[in-house]
Write a protein that binds this ligand. Structure first.
Ligand SMILES: *[C@@H]1O[C@H](CO)[C@@H](O)[C@H](O)[C@H]1NC(C)=O
Ligand SMILES: *[C@@H]1O[C@H](CO)[C@@H](O)[C@H](O)[C@H]1NC(C)=O
Ligand SMILES: *[C@@H]1O[C@H](CO)[C@@H](O)[C@H](O)[C@H]1NC(C)=O
Ligand SMILES: *[C@@H]1O[C@H](CO)[C@@H](O)[C@H](O)[C@H]1NC(C)=O
Length: 401
């Protein structure tokens, strides 16, 4: 006969192991989404500088350079970020590799809380002769004018996510579900996937009404070449110049098709799309805003967000790429893989030598270069754009390795 206490012990132990497993998966996610204390420190120090030092509050750009912001003879880049260190690397790597930096304009979009640290950083670390604009979302006329679909969609997204599959307690309560699946479901509730910074790119035509063409950069990339030749690419009337992610030497990273992101068991997806259609990547995209304004891309985007809400997030669960794949369907011009090498944040079989040959490298995945979990052999490609003797960097113990 079994000793009842012993059985209880086993059950308890199993539950403990199970909980530990769920926590382990979640921890991996948390490790990549929470802000490390050095970055937090940097934001605080810069915000403090902003309040105490007039030189950290310069109008960016200075008044005489403002006309360049809407002048299509310049090369315009857009970076949306709430991470000052990451933005500083993108900006420095963009400008240092430019053949004619005086023709480069970098528009940095940030959120309300990051605005003063971001302005302080770029006031004190100018990248002349390139032109840097720092602007918070609430300072865009278009966003402060009346009804903004992106804000409404995000509110709704938050609501739907908090009730997703009965909410977090219901997800955890299911004892028959694999810990990995539970962790993934909990992850879908995370606000990280509902960030304005991520969704905002769908509004580039409205945010920059005078510009014809921009290159949109993610904050987890490093630029290693002059990017002005991107303006010479004939986009054949298409809107979005992007690298494909279904072909290429790296069979692990380059295996993404529509079926990797969208739920083809759902009739709405199965009826409208081809599961084997090649996917493409966000991170370094050329957007022809003139061509974009002639389409319904943004409307399509919101239409499908709405469909996904209506079906309890069963069309896709994570990220802004799935609705992007749908909205830009038929509007993508494939560019050479040289312009955007992916995967440096989720697999470590990319060699330093390989990565050095790419024009732009992208640390997409969990192992961001500013985190402890970054791949040590790849981190120097990012870290070389940081001045570790800088007083803010040093003061926050941000180190080369
Ligand atoms: C619990 O998970 C199992 C396995 O995936 C699933 O079949 C079942 O429907 C889930 N139960 C609830 C109440 O969600
Ligand atoms: C955009 O949508 C409107 C209204 O649904 C439609 O009349 C128009 O033809 C569409 N334009 C394009 C380019 O698809
Ligand atoms: C995919 O769609 C089917 C059909 O609607 C649904 O039963 C299933 O739960 C969906 N899968 C996910 C992961 O949401
Ligand atoms: C690269 O690494 C991943 C996991 O780290 C592995 O699954 C994949 O097979 C590797 N790819 C190649 C081409 O070795």
């Amino acid at each position: 006969m079994y000793n009842l206490a012993f059985v209880f012990q086993i059950v308890l132990l199993e539950q403990r192991t199970r909980t530990a497993k769920i926590l382990e998966y979640l921890y991996r996610h948390v490790a990549s989404s929470s802000i490390p204390k050095q970055l937090h420190c940097l934001a605080l120090k810069l915000a403090n500088e902003h309040s105490n030092n007039a030189a950290a509050r310069l109008q960016l750009p200075s008044a005489e350079l403002v006309p360049a912001l809407v002048d299509n003879s310049y090369f315009h880049f857009v970076l949306a970020s709430d991470n000052v260190l990451a933005a500083s690397v993108v900006a420095a790597s963009l400008v240092k590799n430019a053949l004619r930096p005086e023709k480069f304009v970098l528009h940095i979009i940030t959120d309300r809380k990051t605005y003063s640290p971001m302005q302080a950083w770029f006031s004190l670390h100018p990248l002349d002769p390139a032109i840097i604009e720092v602007k918070a979302l609430h300072q865009f006329d278009w966003l402060s004018k009346g009804k903004v679909p992106v804000l409404e969609a995000m509110e709704k997204d938050q609501r739907v996510r908090s009730q997703f599959r009965g909410g977090s307690s219901a997800i955890v309560a299911n004892n028959t579900e694999k810990p990995q699946v539970i962790a993934a479901k909990l992850q879908a509730l995370s606000p990280k996937y509902n960030s304005l910074m991520n969704h905002i790119r769908i509004h580039l035509p409205e945010l920059f009404p005078s510009l014809n063409k921009v290159v949109f950069l993610d904050d987890d990339i490093v630029i290693q070449t002059d990017l002005s030749p991107l303006w010479d690419i004939d986009m054949n009337g298409k809107v979005n110049g992007a690298v494909e992610t279904c072909r290429g030497e790296d069979s692990f990273v380059m295996s993404k098709r529509f079926k990797s992101y969208l739920n083809f068991s759902h009739p709405l997806i199965a009826k409208n799309f081809d599961p084997n259609e090649c996917a493409w990547a966000y991170g370094m995209n050329i957007f022809d805003l003139e061509a974009w304004r002639k389409t319904n891309i943004s409307l399509t985007y919101y239409h499908w967000l709405e469909e996904n809400f209506k079906s309890d997030l069963s069309l896709w669960q994570l990220g802004t790429l799935p609705p992007g794949l749908i909205a830009f369907y038929g509007h993508v011009h494939v560019i050479d893989p040289f312009w955007h090498m992916l995967g440096l944040g989720y697999q470590d079989n990319t060699t330093l030598a390989d990565a050095e040959t790419a024009g732009v490298i992208h640390f997409n995945g969990r192992a961001k270069p500013w985190l402890d979990i970054a791949f040590p052999q790849l981190r120097p490609l990012w870290a070389k754009y940081i001045d570790f003797s800088d007083k803010f960097i040093k003061g926050c113990h941000i180190r080369a390795s």
